[in-house]
Design a protein. Structure first.
Length: 106
């Protein structure tokens, strides 16, 4: 991603500073999600770790926010979704479940 230094300011806020703060925010969200992926259920934690190792660095903010919602569910619910034993996963989170399943089949 290329960020251009822009001298135009609105309300005394430099757009470059906004972009920089946004990048810091994304970094903070990534760190928080990595911490939240440490779960009580070891099997689930191992699957999440593989997924995070492969994808967390390239995830856009929109996907990080979905992942944050995904991790808010209980361990047993998440683990059942990943094993295909429970099909009650909300449709907007199915892509995460499918990506984790594919990665862990290898």
């Amino acid at each position: 991603m290329v960020i251009l230094r822009i001298k135009y300011t609105r309300n005394n806020t430099n757009l470059f500073d906004i972009a920089k703060n946004m990048q810091e925010t994304v970094h903070q969200i990534r760190r928080k999600l990595i911490w939240r992926a440490n779960r009580g259920l070891l099997e689930l934690e191992l699957q999440l770790k593989r997924y995070f190792d492969a994808h967390i660095g390239e995830m856009p903010l929109r996907h990080l926010l979905l992942l944050e919602e995904f991790l808010a569910y209980d361990d047993v619910v998440l683990y059942d979704w990943l094993r295909g034993l429970d099909d009650s996963c909300p449709s907007h989170l199915l892509s995460i479940v499918q990506q984790i399943r594919v990665l862990n089949r290898r």
